[in-house]
Design a protein around this ligand. Structure first.
Ligand SMILES: *[C@@H]1O[C@H](CO)[C@@H](O)[C@H](O)[C@H]1NC(C)=O
Ligand SMILES: *[C@@H]1O[C@H](CO)[C@@H](O)[C@H](O)[C@H]1NC(C)=O
Ligand SMILES: *[C@@H]1O[C@H](CO)[C@@H](O)[C@H](O)[C@H]1NC(C)=O
Ligand SMILES: *[C@@H]1O[C@H](CO)[C@@H](O)[C@H](O)[C@H]1NC(C)=O
Length: 422
């Protein structure tokens, strides 16, 4: 009953305004169309329109973003991820890597207990320096990550997307785990990389997939982490597939430093290659060792930006097993002589990490790595007062020379331009 009474009433109240607005719109439209010649916007549109109808290829019009000039101080975006039991080493790696100019995302996967994830959250939100600068983010909706599975790649892309959206104008993206540790200070890193072209991608790769053709490319796997709430290992489908002919497979180390333009290319996907290859790698065992390698080496606009190194010191057993061996104090000299900025993998034994802190990083137990950005000489000052606002004055040490030797050696190789993606 009520409804019947209200309806006609309502109709009356909005019927008149409706008629009025629609006639007004009609008048405006007819005015626009009759005054085409006088409309300045219309004229500029005509002028900018090309005369001859060239077919419009979308992909070729989308330019790769420009990189920042060499010699400006670069900014690095880090992902540090871990799993169950990794919270303490993740905290340690984060502090050893911290610099106010960089950006950080930390992630503990869904397998790690809620308490550990809360602990990490609290650690980040209670650290005054992080609060003051605001460049450390915790992924709170954790991903289920299967070791060897494509969920490892989706987790990396997830973090890169967060960094693209919120991390400001960083130059390179580096993917690390809680069992990685730096061998140089971030002042060393930023100092040396300030003279390196920003479009370079440090990614160890080869097209010689060898035994991996039969063991990796042909078998088809399913990663339950893509659809399940419980963690379980990948499983194999009985059918095999042939090696792709639409693009060439590349393989290499799962550790890399990727340029911002390449990350944009992978994530924004205006070219279909990164998306197609991602779907292909959904059923590929150990996809982190192939996804970015295959994309970059099949993209004409990026393959010449590859540098064949993963910037890590990793010690494999001989013959190599599935995992590299845990580094110990006997590896120290070889590790430093490798000139690599990072090493893995570090276990619970902290003797070696303590030595790195003292001899290579100048880091106090539980503290940050000394640098010009943090001045604790006057302990009466608050953290906020001790943070040097202008962190662009770097204090490079011997580590800067080591990276310079490593990178310089690779870039000055006379065959550098012949060695991309072979
Ligand atoms: C990224 O980091 C993880 C360690 O958390 C590693 O296992 C993975 O293979 C890395 N690489 C890629 C391409 O996701
Ligand atoms: C990449 O390098 C090769 C060999 O130097 C050259 O022929 C090719 O044109 C380069 N590609 C691009 C896109 O610059
Ligand atoms: C810190 O404060 C104490 C007490 O106010 C003072 O005696 C001391 O000299 C101050 N230290 C410095 C380095 O200013
Ligand atoms: C920061 O320091 C650099 C190098 O000393 C200087 O060029 C720049 O102008 C400074 N920036 C600010 C905001 O003070």
């Amino acid at each position: 009953m009520e409804i019947n009474i209200i309806k006609p009433l309502r109709k009356k109240t909005w019927f008149l305004p409706l008629i009025l607005t629609s006639s007004l719109i009609l008048i405006i439209f007819s005015l626009i169309f009759t005054s085409k010649q006088n409309n300045p916007f219309h004229q500029t549109y005509l002028k900018s329109k090309p005369n001859n109808q060239i077919p419009f290829f979308v992909e070729s019009k989308i330019k790769i973003s420009p990189t920042r000039p060499i010699s400006s101080i670069p900014k690095i975006a880090y992902l540090i991820s871990g799993s169950s039991g990794d919270v303490n080493s993740l905290k340690r790696t984060l502090k050893a890597l911290y610099h106010p100019l960089n950006q950080y995302v930390v992630h503990l996967d869904l397998e790690s207990p809620v308490e550990e994830r809360l602990e990490l959250n609290e650690f980040v939100s209670n650290e005054n320096v992080f609060n003051e600068v605001g460049n450390v983010r915790v992924i709170s909706r954790s991903n289920l990550v299967t070791y060897r599975g494509p969920t490892m790649v989706t987790n990396t892309l997830h973090a890169a997307a967060i960094l693209l959206k919120e991390g400001g104008d960083w130059d390179w993206f580096i993917n690390l785990s809680a069992s990685d540790y730096p061998l140089v200070t971030q002042d060393d890193m930023l100092h040396t990389f300030s003279t390196v072209p920003r479009d370079l991608n440090f990614i160890e790769h080869t097209s010689d997939i060898g035994w991996k053709e039969h063991q990796r490319a042909k078998p088809v796997i399913i990663d339950p982490g893509l659809y399940s709430l419980k963690k379980s290992d990948v499983f194999w489908v009985s059918q095999k597939r042939s090696v792709p002919t639409a693009y060439k497979l590349f393989t290499g180390s799962a550790w890399m430093m990727l340029s911002r333009p390449f990350i944009e290319y992978c994530l924004w996907g205006w070219d279909n290659l990164p998306r197609v290859v991602l779907m292909y790698y959904a059923n590929f065992l150990s996809s982190p060792e192939g996804y970015f390698h295959t994309v970059i080496c099949n993209a004409e606009e990026f393959k010449n930006t590859t540098v064949n190194h993963d910037l890590h010191f990793i010690s494999w057993d001989n013959p190599p097993k599935q995992h590299p061996h845990f580094l110990n104090i006997n590896d120290y000299d070889r590790m430093v002589e490798s000139h690599a900025p990072f090493a893995r993998k570090f276990g619970a034994d902290t003797e070696l990490l303590d030595k790195i802190d003292v001899e290579l990083l100048g880091r106090e137990p539980d503290g940050f790595v000394a640098g010009n950005w943090f001045d604790r000489s006057d302990t009466n000052r608050t953290i906020a007062e001790s943070l040097v606002r202008n962190a662009t004055q770097l204090k490079p040490g011997p580590g800067a020379e080591r990276i310079k030797n490593l990178i310089g050696g690779m870039l000055s190789d006379k065959d550098f331009h012949m060695k991309h993606c072979i």
